[in-house]
Every structure is written in structure tokens, then in C-alpha cells.
Design a protein around this ligand. Structure first.
Ligand code: IMP
Length: 190
């Protein structure tokens, strides 16, 4: 069976890909290969950071690998927070991060935004990128209890509710991450 490392410590993400790809691959997490150090993410773009993480694993541990980076891009903020999404306010606190975004958009009518996920896959000497995105806009205030991160302020364009108000099954079906994973899975199954 082919071995493939998913360069994440997040067990939920690994379970999601495993479920979609079936039995053809033996998935390994960073824990499984003994990688406990922080992998650098310093390129300034989602594509660059995903590639940087995948190359780090390939170069350091020798495994075929894929890595993901995702973030929120807001038109009126020149696509910020982007690669700084996880710690936009200076901390990883979701409420502080959303408050910073809402303050920066105060009085702003143009609130278009998107979540984007990029997956970088390295097999042998071949590198591939897969992108998933969900377009929408930033709400005027936080609403909803579900999900995580910026879900209470992101309204996908195909719905009138925030990601945190929508049933999580609906969010998962249209999310940037599930769309990027779907492209990866289609490629790996070819
Ligand atoms: P990661 O690269 O998947 O860890 O995502 C980076 C950051 O983007 C997370 O810490 C969250 O703040 C935010 N983020 C990514 N995906 C979502 C989502 O589906 N909903 C809300 N926030 C998200």
C-alpha cells in the first residue's frame, strides 16, 4: 500500500481525508513519523506555506506528503488576514481576531470575502497544488454558536446565515477545505 504523510497534527483533518480516500493509502500523521517540531510557515502566501510544509517533511523525513494552509481573505482589507488568519489580533483567540476584523470593516459597505484552502502534494519529485474556496461576505456582527475560528462572522454567498449558524453538515459540504480535499482525492484516485 502507498504511504502518504498528511503534514498536520489535527486528527480530525486526517480522519476526513481517510474517509474520502478509502483504503488505497496508508496515511501517516506527523506524530506517526516522529515529527514533533514546529514546521516553518514563513513564505507570506497560502500556496508558499503549504509547499514549505510539504517540502520540509519530504526533505527531512523522506516521505511522500501533503500539507494544507488555509485563511480568510477580505477584499476591503487587501486580502488580509490571509496567512495571518490564525493569529490576526496577535493571539489565537477567535473572538479577539473577529473583533479586529469587525473594527477594521466598521462603516465599510463592501464586505466581500472568501475562505481559501491550498493543499500541496509531493510524490517523488512531483509537486501539485489544489485550491478550494468559498466566496461570501463578512457579517456586521458575530452570530451563531457552531464551528470554530471566524465562522460567526462569515456568510457564504449561497446562504443568508453565518457558518456558525448553519448546520455543520452544510458548512462541511461547501467549505474551502472540503473542496480542496475533493480535488486532492480525485487526483490521488486517478
Ligand atoms: P488552518 O491553516 O486550517 O489551521 O487555518 C488557519 C486559520 O484560519 C484557523 O486558525 C482559523 O482561524 C481560520 N479558519 C480556517 N478554516 C476555517 C473555517 O472553516 N472556519 C472558520 N475559520 C477558519
Amino acid at each position: 500500500m502507498k504511504q502518504l504523510v498528511f503534514a498536520t497534527a489535527n486528527k480530525n483533518k486526517i480522519a476526513e481525508v481517510k474517509l474520502k480516500l478509502g483504503e488505497g493509502y496508508n496515511f501517516l500523521s506527523l506524530d506517526d513519523i516522529g515529527c514533533t517540531e514546529e514546521i516553518p510557515e514563513t513564505t507570506g502566501t497560502l500556496e508558499g506555506n503549504a509547499l514549505q510544509k510539504a517540502r520540509y517533511v519530504k526533505d527531512t523525513y523522506g516521505y511522500d506528503c501533503f500539507a494544507e494552509d488555509s485563511g480568510l481573505e477580505i477584499d476591503a482589507l487587501d486580502n488580509r488576514p490571509g496567512v495571518d488568519t490564525a493569529h490576526y489580533s496577535g493571539s489565537r483567540d477567535a473572538t479577539a481576531n473577529m473583533t479586529k476584523v469587525l473594527n477594521e470593516l466598521d462603516g465599510q459597505v463592501q464586505r466581500n470575502a472568501r475562505f481559501r484552502a491550498v493543499i500541496a502534494l509531493i510524490q517523488g519529485d512531483r509537486e501539485e497544488l489544489f485550491e478550494g474556496r468559498v466566496d461570501g461576505y463578512i457579517a456586521k456582527e458575530m452570530a451563531g454558536e457552531g464551528g470554530f475560528g471566524y465562522d460567526p462572522i462569515f456568510i457564504p454567498e449561497e446562504h443568508k446565515l453565518t457558518f456558525a449558524q448553519l448546520p455543520q453538515e452544510i458548512k462541511k459540504g461547501i467549505s474551502h477545505r472540503s473542496r480542496a480535499v475533493a480535488k486532492l482525492v480525485t487526483y490521488l484516485k486517478q
